[in-house]
Structures are given as C-alpha cells and as structure tokens.
Design a protein around this ligand. Sequence first.
Ligand code: SF4
Length: 86
Amino acid sequence: MADRRDQWDDNVGGESWLEGRRWSFYTDRQCIFCSVCTDVAPDNFRRSVAEDHDVVVRQPSDPDELARCLQAEAWCPVEAIGHDPG
Ligand code: SF4
C-alpha cells in the first residue's frame, strides 16, 4: 500500500475535484519503474528526470483521466501509487 509519507518529491502535488470529491495521486519509493502507469495513464504519469521511477505529472482533469489513474493504481505491481483521501 502506497504511503504519502514516502512519496517521491517530484510528484506534481495539487489536487482535482471530480465526481464530487477531491483526488490527489502520488507515487512512492516502492516504485520499481515498470512503466505500467505511464502506459495506462500517459497524460498523468511520466518517468522522472532521473529515469529511475515514475511520478504523477498531472492530477486527473476529467472522468476518463480519473478512471485511468485508478486503473494504474490498481495495476501497479508493487502498490506504489496512492491517492488522497484514501
Ligand atoms: S506502475 Fe507502479 S511500479 Fe510501475 S512505474 Fe508506475 S508507480 Fe512505478
């Protein structure tokens, strides 16, 4: 389970409001740089500048992006993606 206290500093931060609630996605240091999230949600996840982990670069801006972010979170093999509120 992802831990906000262990998140990468280069996540974009911020939040979005969709479907009547707040969403703020992040990746944490469990990331094994497998690229599942960047394949599933390419508008929201990208590889880091250091190219050793992936980060959130944009919070979801519409229901399709939200669905993709939640799919990426579900498919991350090491549960390195989380969102607030949980
Ligand atoms: S799916 Fe998870 S482990 Fe894979 S790159 Fe994304 S955050 Fe890292």
